[in-house]
Design a protein around this ligand. Sequence first.
Ligand code: FES
Length: 156
Amino acid sequence: MGSYRYKAQGERDKNRAGPIVLDRRAFLAWVRAAGKFAIFSVLLLPFAGFINFTPAKKPKFVKVNRPLKKGGFIIEAEFILFDTDTGPVAVSRTCTHLGCLLNYHELDKMLICPCHASRFSKQGKRLAGPAQLDLPTFPVEKTGADEVAGYVVAVT
Ligand code: FES
């Protein structure tokens, strides 16, 4: 470990060997630069949040032009619409493990991933497999006046 020595302005120290020697002017320049860097960093801090900023995705509205049968389901490209006791539920078909397209197995009454066999309930709850997250569900609105004519699903 060496010690630092600060020279007065104009002091000559050409023959001295040893640790780096800063003269006062160099030291003050270094302090000024460090201060500017600190102030600049603090000013940029509010913008750091925008680095990972992604705008909210607009939902894509998908029309399903037929009513669900009691306890039935309708398979669409991005979701499966189920008739449940609490009303229609649209569950994503994209597996939360690595994104494979899920199929609904009517006999087992669950969604099973063909890639690594993750299993999900009709409500999207993860039951088994390497997937760790539940499936997302999408908002569903019924269409039709007196009788249900179909549904509009807001896929996000
Ligand atoms: S992608 Fe579905 S379980 Fe792996």
